[in-house]
Design a protein around this ligand. Structure first.
Ligand SMILES: *Cc1c(COP(=O)(O)O)cnc(C)c1O
Length: 378
């Protein structure tokens, strides 16, 4: 008997009830590993024989404390996070950090350097300007944000309290290829859309933050990795909830944390470890995005506008030669179980987002579909 139940992973066509796998290319909230979703389902009503759900536990209960400790330990292991860094599990998404970073690090006449490479760093700059003096030390605006400004062109301010950049611009599909060298100035990185996809030398950063919904878990949660000398620098009048030192002192439990999202993040960390860690995630991302870029390059029907050396491993925008076919492309893709390919309104066209949870089969199916579509309509 065919299982006709709708689930997150099957797509039942109305025509013949055949279950097709669904590949979800959503930029975020994005797909989670199927194995993790199955584990969540299995444990949903009864976490480890307690008779209650991880959603229903007191955050200070022994059970939840073990979840919190485990997730912290696994994340530290995955990224080799040194002892002198705190890991915080906060709320308000990545956007909360656009304000928390300057609120905590800037005071009086302090200034900070920002690198403007697209929509997300632009939003961070706008927010930071409400809290202090901001120097845009480099910008790729003149290149339509299709590249990363060369490091030797950056006009860093020697008095800057920190340098801020966005390692992967999720909307433009532009990614830094390495950690920029800014000397002794603390480096702050919005790593939301390529977090846990490669090895990092954490000691080169002051703060790394990542909203969960791209690569880690449900939306709303944001993970902050902060070097401990950057704690306790906040102005006295900022809300306690937004003070890194207060959150660090209370182990991210100054108020009730996003417990269920935190629990799922822990499961995702375990899953990454089982897959071979961030090195395996890196190899997967290179293979999957490389195959898709190669297919785009080989075609005269699809085009990716980003400078090749800065193309993102996570988010691949592509534009059809005939844009009047956009709706048809999306509709037929959906019929093939390929969903959420519509590009961001700022860029137009299509965008395939392929975070850690995307299986190779999803990208293979997308490439095959794109080639068929080109043959039929190109
Ligand atoms: C999605 C995204 C954000 C915004 O995340 P929210 O959780 O909606 O605040 C910020 N930065 C980057 C790089 C993103 O991809």
């Amino acid at each position: 008997m065919k299982n006709k139940a709708l689930s997150a992973f099957t797509y039942v066509t109305q025509a013949d009830d055949t279950a097709l796998p669904v590949y979800n290319f959503s930029p975020g909230p994005a797909m989670l590993p199927k194995a993790v979703m199955q584990q969540v389902r299995e444990e949903l009503l009864d976490w480890h024989g307690t008779g209650i759900s991880a959603m229903e536990m007191g955050h200070r209960s022994r059970e939840f404390m073990s979840i919190a400790e485990q997730s912290d330990a696994t994340l530290r292991e995955l990224l080799a996070i040194p002892e002198n860094y705190k890991v915080l599990f906060l709320q308000g998404g990545a956007t909360s950090q656009f304000a928390m970073v300057p609120m905590n690090l800037l005071s009086g006449t302090d200034t900070a350097d920002y690198i403007h490479t697209g929509v997300w760093s632009g939003k961070a700059i706008d927010e930071a300007q409400r809290h202090g003096t901001i120097n845009v030390a480099a910008s790729s605006a003149v290149d339509n944000f299709m590249t990363i400004p060369a490091r030797d062109q950056w006009q860093l301010n020697e008095r800057a309290v920190y340098v801020y950049y966005t390692s992967n611009e999720t909307i433009g599909g532009v990614e830094f290829q390495s950690t920029p060298d800014v000397g002794d100035i603390p480096l702050v990185c919005d790593m939301t859309s390529d977090f846990l996809t490669q090895r990092l030398d954490i000691s080169r950063y002051g703060i790394i933050f990542a909203g969960a919904q791209k690569n880690v878990g449900p939306a709303g949660l944001v993970i902050v990795i902060i070097r401990d000398d950057l704690l306790g620098k906040a102005a006295a009048n900022i809300p306690s909830l937004y003070d890194y030192a207060v959150q660090a002192k209370h182990e991210s439990m100054f108020n009730t944390p996003a417990t269920f999202s935190w629990y799922i993040a822990g499961l995702v960390f375990n899953w990454i470890k089982q897959q071979g860690g961030v090195e395996a995630m890196y190899r997967n991302s290179i293979r999957r995005s490389g195959n898709l870029y190669a297919a785009i390059e080989a075609s005269s029907f699809y085009r990716n506008p980003v400078t090749p050396e800065f193309r993102s491993r996570m988010n691949v925008p592509f534009i059809l030669a005939d844009e009047s076919l956009n709706d048809k492309f999306l509709q037929e893709a959906r019929q093939h179980g390929l969903v959420a390919l519509k590009g961001h309104r700022v860029i137009g066209g299509m965008r395939a987002s392929m975070y850690n949870a995307m299986p190779d089969e999803g990208v293979d199916a997308l490439i095959a579909f794109m080639q068929d579509f080109e043959r039929l309509h190109g």
